[in-house]
Write a protein that binds this ligand. Structure first.
Ligand SMILES: [Zn+2]
Length: 95
């Protein structure tokens, strides 16, 4: 069976979109600029999209993980050309 996949390079993971549960508006956050304690406020209702998450929270851990994976490639001993996320794409026949 053939499969279509979307390959996303780790370098292309730059932005996190967070959708507000209350009003469904969203904010786009630059992943590498995520710092512990910074506020993510909903642009429509002002809801705190980071509340109730311990610090350092999962957003910070995600940013750190991406930084760490990117840094692996730059090490001289690394035999890695690229790191990709593979996302299977649903075709017409899968719906
Ligand atoms: Zn909201």
């Amino acid at each position: 069976m053939s499969e279509t996949v979307l390959r996303i390079l780790i370098e292309e993971l730059t932005t996190l979109r967070i959708v507000c549960k209350r009003c469904e508006s969203s904010i786009d956050v630059v992943i590498l600029k995520i710092e512990p304690g910074s506020k993510f406020l909903c642009p429509s209702c002002g809801g705190d999209l980071r509340r109730a998450i311990a610090d350092p929270d999962d957003y910070s851990r995600l940013a750190e993980a991406i930084r760490n994976i990117r840094s692996i490639k730059s090490r001289d001993e690394a035999q890695i050309k690229s790191v990709e996320f593979v996302v299977p794409q649903k075709g017409e026949g899968d719906r």
